[in-house]
Design a protein around this ligand. Structure first.
Ligand SMILES: *Cc1c(COP(=O)(O)O)cnc(C)c1O
Length: 353
């Protein structure tokens, strides 16, 4: 499909690298594509970044038929632009489409759309190590109708924006509250889709954990509240003795691309990696026996986020003295090194624009 381009006549002022935060500044252009039952996906275009015309009867507002993705473009020292496994994001977008009754997009076309948009706004990619251009593809129901059924029309949109280095003063492990009251997802629900609704379900727990001084919550399974699932916007790993454990993808956990990449790296380094069910009690018992060496989250935003403290119903444990451990550090250095072109890309994960 050809992508029509309408360039902005009023380029915005770009922010400086220092003051960058996350999700507040957007680049000059956006990508749009429409879906109708008659034409399928059509009218692919890049336009200036602007508000969308949404009627109050828009189905997404009422019933939340909406999914998204998140990835980043990185500038290398020789000014090349790297994407990290973008086809994986489009594959996952399509998996979310299937669960949410949204028509899938062609995988190659999805990656092309991302590349075309990033290329037009390549001057928006900040250059300092650790900074990047965040890319947010999303699809939402577009019918003006307030009855409950899947929408017939959809909009596929991609917006981008420069984001700062996640760790400005080095990697400080985070404090995590183990959530035993609220649940995020159940098997058969939306947990393994990147559906906006999962975040709506998570807000209350997030707010209460923040009030108690915790950065995020660790979700347990929605039925027995016994098995570890994931952390806020990240998958979770435990280093127990010489085994690295991450919860198996049983249907209510988001299959992270950083999770998958971490497993592949750890295995290539000779670690014993187990994708299995793990109870929160096993984690705390491993700590009591002195076997719990590291806990960390994985996700596009922070890459690797070490966990320094866990609170389960008032029982607080400190992991690795609240410091980043060797496994977390090696994963962080390797993944970011590959993303910024400082380490050879042996796995073929990088697509250059
Ligand atoms: C996006 C997301 C992740 C991390 O996925 P990555 O592909 O590694 O960025 C983990 N958990 C949830 C709930 C997510 O939405």
């Amino acid at each position: 499909m050809k992508i029509l381009v309408e360039k902005t006549k009023e380029p915005k002022k770009k922010p400086s690298s220092e003051g960058l935060s996350f999700g507040t500044v957007f680049s000059d252009h956006m990508f749009l594509c429409d879906y109708s039952p008659e034409k399928g996906w059509h009218n692919a275009r890049i336009t200036p970044y602007r508000a969308l015309p949404i009627p109050p009867s828009n189905m997404t507002i009422h019933y939340g038929q909406s999914i998204f993705e998140g990835l980043k473009a990185y500038k290398t020292e020789d000014k090349k632009v790297n994407l990290f496994r973008p086809a994986e994001n489009i594959k996952r977008l399509n998996a979310s489409c299937r669960r949410m009754c949204i028509p899938e997009i062609d995988e190659k076309f999805g990656v092309e759309a991302i590349k075309a948009l990033v290329d037009i706004d390549r001057d928006w990619i900040p250059e300092e190590y650790g900074t990047s251009l965040y890319i947010r593809p999303f699809i939402f129901a577009a019918d003006p109708y307030i009855g409950v059924r899947p929408s017939e029309t959809y909009l596929f949109v991609i917006i981008t924006g420069p984001v700062g280095a996640y760790y400005k003063e080095g990697i400080n492990p985070v404090k995590i509250f183990v959530e035993t009251k609220y649940v995020r997802a159940v098997v058969g629900g939306l947990g393994e889709s990147k559906a906006s609704a999962n975040y709506a379900a998570s807000l209350k727990a997030q707010v209460e954990a923040k009030e108690k001084g915790y950065t995020q919550v660790l979700w347990l399974d929605g039925i027995e509240k016994k098995y570890v699932e994931e952390v806020g916007t990240m998958n979770v790993f435990f280093v127990i003795g010489d085994e690295v454990v991450t919860p198996a993808l049983t249907g209510s956990i988001l299959p992270g691309i950083t999770r998958k990449s971490s497993i592949e790296l750890l295995k290539s380094w000779g670690y014993k990696v187990s994708e299995r069910r793990i109870t929160i009690d096993e984690v705390f018992e491993a700590h009591d026996k002195g076997m719990l060496k590291e806990v960390f989250g994985t996700g596009t935003a922070a890459v690797i986020s070490p966990v320094g403290e866990l609170n389960l119903d008032g029982k607080v444990i400190t992991i690795n003295n609240g410091e980043i451990g060797p496994v977390s550090k090696r994963l962080y250095d390797t993944i970011t090194g590959i993303q910024y072109g400082r380490i050879p890309d042996k796995f073929g994960w990088i697509e250059q624009i």
